[in-house]
Design a protein around this ligand. Structure first.
Ligand code: GDP
Ligand code: MN
Length: 361
């Protein structure tokens, strides 16, 4: 789950990384209550989880006199289509230099990898593309609790020693918070020392409970509902709903939809041995995806019984067309039940997907 800047900064500060003093508000009027904490020069920052926020107008400079009006305007602006619900108002740092540091996992090496650039800031992506050696990287054994000194020196080059210390502290955040990504861009030097001017932290979804995060905000409401039923479910924005059993069969159904020029509305794997009630919940859940026009059910009966599947589909009573391919255990009985109710059934996955693409238009 992605944390917002102010949340990430709080966690960074706990590991000894310096962050600017700031206040968080949900309305511009609230700033009045905090005027004694507001510096003469401030940065007004929309707490929205989008890349390129600054360039999209989500980071504004203001003074003590203009901060309320600036925040009011920012609350009324959408940043890349996202409404601004919280604003962080921070003392403005006297930035001398902007660095970039990002820690993630190298999945091939199965090790943490730290990226570092001496020219950080909002143009880092472009810098990385145009200047071949602009971003350095090191990876090392995940059992180490600190980044080895020689690697820090290699990584940070001529940057001040405090930058190296901050990189190591960011690595502590990365480990202690079960992060998939911990990033500071820009990491800045100022006359008062090194600061994290921005902060990004993505916590591994599998660690949310351990990290005391009760609700995964990155999931849609439907995805949360699916979690309760134990479905593997991802909501997409196409028109063809997909219900399968087994990740492989379900994924290949999605692939085939793409192949025939359709667009999937979801990925839903009901898992093995689904009974009629489970199937009913699955169909209802998928039917709720707003862009949906048709549902493909592609199930292979092994421990799953096709008659149970059929009963579940019938019980769901959803208004959208459901096109079914069931094969395996009790398939004939399942097909008989569905035929009685007038459901469209086809023999192969290929046919069922082709048909669905046709129906979806
Ligand atoms: P992002 O666009 O979401 O990455 O937003 P950032 O928080 O990184 O801010 C974008 C840019 O605004 C930074 O790269 C800085 O150049 C500038 N900026 C942010 N905070 C400060 C600050 O305290 N002082 C100054 N002078 N510039 C800042
Ligand atoms: Mn940034």
């Amino acid at each position: 789950m992605k944390l917002l800047e102010h949340e990430a900064k709080q966690l960074f500060a706990q590991e000894g990384i310096r962050v600017p003093n700031g206040i968080l508000v949900g309305k511009h009027e609230e700033i009045l209550l905090h005027m004694d904490a507001i510096a003469d020069n401030v940065v007004v920052k929309a707490q929205v989880d989008v890349g390129g926020r600054g360039k999209a107008g989500g980071v504004l400079m203001a003074t003590r006199d203009t901060v309320i009006e600036t925040a009011r305007q920012l609350f009324n602006t959408k940043i890349k289509g996202i409404e601004v619900q919280r604003i962080l108002i921070e003392e403005r740092l006297a930035i001398q230099h902007e660095y970039f540091v990002s820690i993630t996992i190298d999945r091939i090496k199965k090790q943490p990898v730290i990226l570092f650039a001496e020219t950080g800031g909002v143009d880092i992506e472009e810098t990385a593309h145009t200047k071949k050696d602009a971003v350095r990287s090191v990876s090392f054994c995940p059992l180490l609790s600190d980044v080895p000194g020689f690697l820090l020196r290699e990584l940070c080059g001529d940057a001040p020693a405090d930058i190296q210390k901050t990189v190591n502290r960011l690595y502590h955040v990365f480990c202690h918070k079960d992060a998939l990504l911990a990033e500071i861009n820009p990491l800045v030097t100022t006359p008062n020392g090194v600061y994290a001017a921005d902060a990004k932290l993505i916590v591994d979804d599998n660690s949310l409970a351990r990290q005391g995060i009760a609700v995964n905000r990155d999931l849609t409401e439907r995805e949360r509902e699916a979690e309760k039923h134990g479905f593997s479910f991802v909501e997409l924005d196409g028109t063809i709903g997909v219900i399968g059993n087994g990740a492989g069969l379900t994924m290949s159904t999605l692939d085939l939809i793409e192949y025939y020029g359709g667009k999937a509305a979801d990925f839903l794997d009901v898992g093995g041995g689904a009974d009629s009630e489970r199937v009913m919940h699955a169909v209802r859940l998928v039917a709720g995806v707003p862009t949906l026009r048709v549902i493909v059910v592609n199930l292979l009966g092994g421990i799953t019984r096709c008659d149970e599947v059929a009963k579940g589909i019938i019980a769901s009573g959803v208004p959208v067309p459901v096109i079914v391919r069931i094969a395996g255990t009790n398939a004939e009985e399942g097909q008989r039940l569905l035929a009685e109710k007038g459901y469209e059934m086809l023999d192969t996955m290929d046919h069922v997907v082709k048909k669905a693409v046709e129906v979806a238009g």
